[in-house]
Design a protein around this ligand. Structure first.
Ligand SMILES: Cc1cc2nc3c(=O)[nH]c(=O)nc-3n(C[C@H](O)[C@H](O)[C@H](O)COP(=O)(O)OP(=O)(O)OC[C@H]3O[C@@H](n4cnc5c(N)ncnc54)[C@H](O)[C@@H]3O)c2cc1C
Length: 392
């Protein structure tokens, strides 16, 4: 019997568990993968999150490992790159990147040290609610168990299929985007620069992360990927995407031209951008499963960390988490979530739609050379400097 069961130990789940432990609640967190594990993600974290991580007690460990400050943004499209200053946030002025194999481990360890019971590797396979408490069935390597709590929080992301009531239904369309990511050693990219890459059928980003690794992540349309794979014969999907980026995006090509891959290309998806219910069927949602922005703005980790904190703050108003308290917290959390994230999700959707249009690399480059400040405006609209709200 717990106060809360959190499903998934990505940044949303572990930070949520950490915040609830800080309130003295009994928390279980369930994660299906063994750590450390790499993940499709560009790994950039906006500056405002560092202050939040300090409040959760994990800021120092993360600062000690993260890559250099990102002080400039750029567009790498069909010609030479164009760059502009990254807008400064209050406090830590600039964001930094940290490998997900490192970040997710630090956060989960912090939750464990704060008192959370960690069930890993274990998959949540069923949630049943009787109106007072919910029962979550979890399946480990050799056993099944049942955990009970009044509060259940889905933090399991949005890219995997499953049978939980919070998993998204399967869908497939030619314009679906698949995510890819690789680390490189020895890349030639300025250490304070985070370029947006635009290439036929997709977009991506590059940034220096920890351990002198540079992360390259991108999204590419399902139909374009199928065509590339047909043309590239024996290449894996990741290798075909790599060759396509080098051939069509000169800035990215020169950054990774003589760099060495560090590990394999990873793939995930299709990604499922959009705004979804934050509380439904008596289950709270945080991170990607509550709502997801196109990765073009690199704000998913921010939204994961901050949504967990917003929900924990709303739940803290109640001593007992009975049904009435859950409904009230769910309603307030949904509104706070909208105020914090809706604009950046819509901004990202518009940018992503433009980026994947045919010929958009040349058109975006022409626009940004004429108006370089648009890069900083885009970074601001995407929430890079938006502080956490004071909730009353
Ligand atoms: C190409 C690409 C690049 C990106 N780049 C950036 C970037 O630079 N910066 C940024 O901020 N965001 C970026 N993002 C977005 C970011 O990766 C996500 O928004 C973020 O990972 C969401 O965190 P989460 O905690 O909600 O979910 P996740 O990180 O997906 O974590 C969910 C966890 O739940 C576990 N799980 C799933 N199902 C179950 C189950 N049934 N039982 C138990 N455990 C389960 C999974 O194993 C996983 O560990 C990018 C995304 C893509 C696709």
């Amino acid at each position: 019997m717990y106060d809360a069961i959190v499903i998934g130990a990505g940044p949303s789940g572990s930070s949520m568990a950490l915040a609830l432990c800080g309130q003295g609640r009994a928390v279980a967190i369930i994660e299906r993968s063994e750590f450390p594990r790499r993940k499709v993600c560009g790994e950039f974290m906006s500056a405002v999150n560092l202050e939040l991580l300090d409040r959760l007690g994990a800021g120092a460990a993360i600062r000690a490992k993260a890559g250099p400050e990102v002080r400039r943004v750029a567009l790498f499209a069909s010609g030479p790159g164009i760059d502009a200053g990254m807008p400064r946030a209050a406090g830590d002025a600039f964001g930094r990147a940290l490998g997900r194999d490192v970040l997710d481990g630090i956060l989960l360890d912090a939750a464990r040290n704060a008192g959370a019971d960690v069930f890993q590797p274990c998959r949540a396979v069923k949630i049943i609610s009787d109106g007072e408490n919910a029962t979550v069935r979890i399946s480990g390597k050799d056993d099944e168990r049942v955990l009970v709590a009044p509060v259940v929080i889905a933090a399991h992301g949005s890219w995997e299929q499953g049978k939980l009531p919070t998993n998204l239904p399967k869908s497939s369309a030619p314009h679906d985007l698949f995510g890819f990511k690789a680390h490189f050693k020895g890349a030639s990219l300025a250490r304070d620069l985070m370029p947006l890459l635009v290439f036929p059928g997709g977009y991506g980003g590059m940034v220096w992360t920890d351990q002198d690794r540079m992360s390259l992540s991108c999204c590419i349309r399902r139909d374009v990927l199928a065509r590339l794979r047909e043309q590239s014969g024996a290449l894996s999907a990741g290798q075909a995407v790599h060759a396509h980026i080098v051939a069509s995006c000169p800035g990215a090509g020169s950054a990774i031209g003589s760099a060495a891959l560090d590990g394999e290309w990873l793939a995930a998806g299709p990604i499922r951008p959009g705004i979804r219910p934050r509380f439904a069927d008596d289950i709270f949602r945080v991170g990607n499963i509550a709502g997801e922005s196109h990765p073009i703005i690199a704000e998913g980790i921010s939204m994961a960390l901050q949504s967990g904190w917003l929900l924990a703050t709303e739940l803290a108003r109640f001593d007992r988490w009975d049904r009435e308290a859950r409904v009230a917290a769910g309603s307030r959390y949904s509104k706070a979530w909208n105020r914090q994230f809706a604009t950046r999700i819509r901004t990202a959707a518009v940018l992503a739609r433009i980026a994947v249009l045919p010929q958009s690399a040349a058109a975006m480059r022409a626009f940004v050379s004429w108006f370089p400040e648009s890069l900083a405006i885009g970074a601001r609209l995407s929430g890079k400097t938006k502080a956490l709200p004071v909730l009353r």
